[in-house]
Design a protein around this ligand. Structure first.
Ligand code: NAD
Length: 432
C-alpha cells in the first residue's frame, strides 16, 4: 500500500471507530482535515561544493487540545501523505495519554545514510530556516523520529534561536541533555512500550520467563523495549534492522547485539563477554519472514504498513505491541481480531516518547530540571493510567484495544469541540 492509501486508511479508521463509538459528527469531522501543511524546498551545499534540493514537510494536524507536537523523520519515502497520516496519529496519541497537545509531524525526503555528518547538519538547519514561522514553543514543537536523533534536535534548536535571536529550548524536544534535553527522553518510547507490555502480561497472566518476543526494527524505540524486556527475563528470539534479521530459538543477548550494531553498524548474532564477542547459532531471515515467526509477542518497531490483509493471516504471534507508528493497516485489524490476536495499538504503546517530550517542554519552560527517577516515575504514572483507561473501555464496551484507545481520544477531543459549541448548542437558541 502506498502512503497516500495509508493516509486514507487512517481517515477511514477515524470515521469507522468514531461512528461506532457514538462520537458526534463534528468531532469526527474535526479529525478528517489537517489544519495546515508546509512543503518547502531545502537547498543544501554538499561537501563537493554542489547544491542539492531536498523536500521538507511539516503538518500541523489538529490543535484543539494545545500546541501541536510530533517528530521529524529523515527517510527517502517521506511525502505529504505519510506526514499527514503520522500527524493524525499524533493527534490521537496525545489525547489518549491526556497531554495538553495536538498532533503534528514533519520530515525530509532524503537517504540520510548517503549524506556526510556535515551535510546532515546543513540539511537540518535548512529545514528549520524553512519552518521557523510554522513552529514555536506555543505553536508546534518537533522531536526526533526515524533517522533523526538528539544531536539533530540540538542543531535545529540552535538554528531556530539564531533566527529568533532569543533562547527558545522549548521549541523542540529530544535534545542533548546539556542543551536542555530531559533525562529519560532517549529511552522513553521503548520504556513506555515496555510498561504497556508489562500491563498486557499481567492481564494475560504471562510469565516473562517463558515468553518469546520478536522485534522488527532495532533503532531507538526497538532497542530500549528489547533491553527492558530482556532484563525482565523475556526471551528475544529475533531482531531486524533495515538490512534484514536474525533468529535463534534460544534467544539473544540484547546488549551484545546492540553493542555490535553501535560499533560496526551491522546486525550480527553475537554474544559478548566484556570486549570479546563471538558469533552464536542463528538463522538469517528477511523483514517479511520475521513478522510471521512463531512467538508470543510481536513488536513491529520500524515503519508503517508492514502488516496488511495479505500477511495478517500468517501472523503466528498471540500479541502484537505496535511500537512503530501505523505498522498494521485497517484491512488487517479485523483479520487479527477474528484470529484472537490482541493488538496494543501505537497510539497507546509508543506514547511514552511524546509523554517525556512533554516533560522536557515543561522543564524548559519552568527552567527547572527533573531527576531521572522523577521522569521515570511520572512516565509510569501516565502510561499505567492510560493503559487502565483503555483496558476499561475495551472490557466495558467490548472493543479492541485500538478501538478503545480511539474512543478515549475522541471523547477527550470531543469535550474540547463541545466546549466551543456544536450545532445542537447553537440550534437550541442559547447562543445569544
Ligand atoms: P530509528 O531511526 O532509531 O530506528 C529505526 C529502525 O528501523 C532501525 O533499526 C532501522 O534499521 C529499522 N528500519 C528502517 N527501515 C526498515 C525496514 N524497511 N524494515 C525493517 N526495519 C527497518 O527510529 P525510532 O525512533 O526507533 O522509530 C521507530 C518507529 O517508532 C517509527 O515508526 C517511529 O515513528 C516510532 N516512534 C518513535 C518514537 C521516538 O521517540 N523515537 C516515538 C514514537 C514512535
Amino acid at each position: 500500500m502506498n502512503t497516500e492509501q495509508v493516509f486514507h486508511d487512517a481517515l477511514e479508521r477515524v470515521r469507522e471507530i468514531g461512528e461506532d463509538a457514538g462520537v458526534g459528527h463534528e468531532v469526527i469531522e474535526s479529525l478528517l482535515h489537517p489544519k495546515a501543511m508546509l512543503k518547502a524546498s531545502l537547498p543544501v551545499r554538499m561537501d563537493d561544493g554542489s547544491t542539492q534540493y531536498f523536500t521538507g514537510y511539516r503538518c500541523r494536524y489538529n490543535d484543539i487540545l494545545g500546541p501541536t507536537k510530533g517528530g521529524i523523520r529523515f527517510h527517502p519515502e517521506v511525502n505529504q501523505f505519510e506526514v499527514q497520516a503520522l500527524a493524525l496519529w499524533m493527534s490521537i496519541k496525545t489525547a489518549v495519554v491526556g497531554l495538553p497537545y495536538g498532533g503534528a509531524k514533519g520530515g525530509i525526503c532524503v537517504h540520510p545514510k548517503e549524506l556526510s555528518p556535515m551535510e546532515i547538519e546543513r540539511l537540518s538547519r535548512a529545514y528549520v530556516r524553512a519552518m521557523a514561522d510554522f513552529i514555536g514553543p506555543d505553536v508546534d514543537i518537533p522531536a526526533p523520529d526515524v533517522y533523526t536523533n538528539a544531536r539533530i534536535m540540538g542543531w535545529m534548536m540552535d538554528e531556530y534561536e539564531a533566527i529568533k535571536r532569543s533562547r527558545a529550548p522549548a521549541v523542540i524536544t529530544g535534545k542533548p541533555i546539556r542543551l536542555g534535553g530531559s533525562l529519560g527522553r532517549e529511552e522513553a518510547t521503548g520504556r513506555g512500550a515496555y510498561l504497556c507490555t508489562v500491563e498486557l502480561a499481567k492481564k494475560q497472566n504471562l510469565d516473562p520467563k517463558g515468553t518469546t518476543v520478536v522485534l522488527q526494527g532495532f533503532g531507538n524505540a526497538g532497542y530500549h523495549i528489547a533491553s527492558l524486556l530482556h532484563q525482565d527475563g523475556y526471551k528475544i528470539i529475533a531482531v531486524s534492522d533495515s538490512q534484514g534479521g536474525i533468529y535463534s530459538k534460544d534467544g539473544f543477548d540484547v546488549e551484545s547485539i546492540y553493542k555490535e550494531k553501535q560499533e560496526h553498524k551491522r546486525m550480527r548474532a553475537v554474544y559478548c563477554d566484556d570486549s570479546v564477542c563471538s558469533l552464536v547459532d542463528h538463522d538469517v531471515i528477511t523483514n517479511e519472514e520475521i513478522l510471521e515467526l512463531e512467538c508470543d509477542i510481536l513488536v513491529p518497531a520500524a515503519l508503517e504498513g508492514v502488516i496488511d490483509k495479505h500477511n495478517a493471516g500468517n501472523i503466528k504471534a498471540k500479541y502484537i505491541v505496535e511500537v512503530a507508528n501505523g505498522p498494521i493497516l485497517s484491512d488487517a485489524d479485523d483479520i487479527l481480531a477474528e484470529r484472537r490476536i490482541t493488538v496494543v495499538p501505537d497510539v497507546l504503546a509508543n506514547a511514552g516518547g511524546v509523554t517525556v517530550s512533554y516533560f522536557e517542554w515543561v522543564q524548559n519552560r519552568s527552567g527547572y530540571s527533573w531527576t531521572l527517577e522523577e521522569v521515570r516515575a511520572r512516565l509510569k504514572e501516565v502510561m499505567i493510567r492510560a493503559c487502565d483507561e483503555v483496558w476499561k473501555i475495551s472490557e466495558n464496551e467490548q472493543r479492541t484495544l485500538r478501538s478503545a484507545s480511539y474512543a478515549l481520544a475522541f471523547r477527550r477531543i470531543g469535550e474540547a469541540v463541545m466546549a466551543h459549541g456544536t450545532r445542537e448548542y447553537f440550534q437550541d437558541g442559547r447562543a445569544a
